[in-house]
Design a protein around this ligand. Sequence first.
Ligand code: PLP
Length: 389
Amino acid sequence: MSVIPSLQVIREDIQALSAYAVQDAQGFIKLDAMENPYVLEPALRQALGERLSQVHVNRYPGTRVQDLKRALIAHAQVPSGMELMLGNGSDELIGLLDLACAKPGACVLAPEPGFVMYAMSAKLLGLKYVGVDLQEDFELDLPAMQQAIEQHRPAIVYLAYPNNPSANLWSPSDIEAIIAQVSTYQGVVVMDEAYQPFSSDTWLHRMREDPQKNAQVLLMRTLSKFGLAGARLGYLVGAREWIQTLEKVRPPYNVSVLNAECALFALEHEAVFKAQAEHIVAERTRLGHALSQELGLTVYTSSANMLLMRLQPQVWAAVAALPPSDPELLHKLAAHVFKGLKDHGVLIKNVSTMHPLLSGCLRVTVGTHSENNALLAALQALLHTTLVP
Ligand SMILES: Cc1ncc(COP(=O)(O)O)c(C=O)c1O
């Protein structure tokens, strides 16, 4: 007879949560998670293998992690007076910052739709979470943000620059206004630059030029989109006082010797990854153009390695054989196209039900030239072959 254990010691709110779902991508063209699509060329893979074979996995991480910190400080050109803290991906850094700020009644605020971990981490760590809707064009709604900040006085405001899933950069003057407001009561604004390798702007310039105005700002980045999603490496940059205090909540060995060596190797070959990012940006333009011109999709301007697109009912309702008056039309269309792409071997992300502003939206990662062609061909096939007379 099997024994059913009791979980009553686990918090009820955690028992009620759903775990973060990762789609099974086996055998698919994987355009769902904003990874870098390129694998390293054989000579580099061999060299990396040799480097990793020298690593002493019997020892706790030590000086190589310090070497990595120095390499990242040089790579990111961290301004003097600022320090850098390492995380096991930026997901961990979000959790550590939330943990450090989890005073009774503390609150986290972020624009929505946005990166789901801001809300999830806050809830896990017992902080109140406030989401503020973006405008219909995915710009910040500054008056709504200011009103919510005034009302809740969040300890932390997360701003993804560019945002996920809308992929856009928000107006710098709106962000400056938010930073000024949050600074008046000594809260902190996290500029999350996960997509920095594909972006035309970085907040680090402003932090360097005006450290005073940005004293309550932390910059968060990751090597995931750069090309090391599997190695889990994120970093947080800010004034020495911030980083030295946040170091107190970091588990001592959160970055493994293998992650650190892999990241050091990648930074030594930075030019290879930079060239890949340039290809991705060029492909983003080509793919975006084809999706809108050839497939009648509304494609939003992107500064990241993803494109958010909305299905047009005039074009796609007939394809899915749905009446245009169906109240659930947009969600059904998104589910239909998502499933159709899967049947053609292409995995993307259906974000239609994530937030009301995303009804009828799908998010695709920009892949290699041939992967993007496969996506376009699959959409073309859906447009033509499933048409019901
Ligand atoms: C805005 C944003 N921040 C952070 C992350 C997480 O990055 P990491 O892989 O470093 O945990 C993501 C991942 O998709 C993201 O979209």
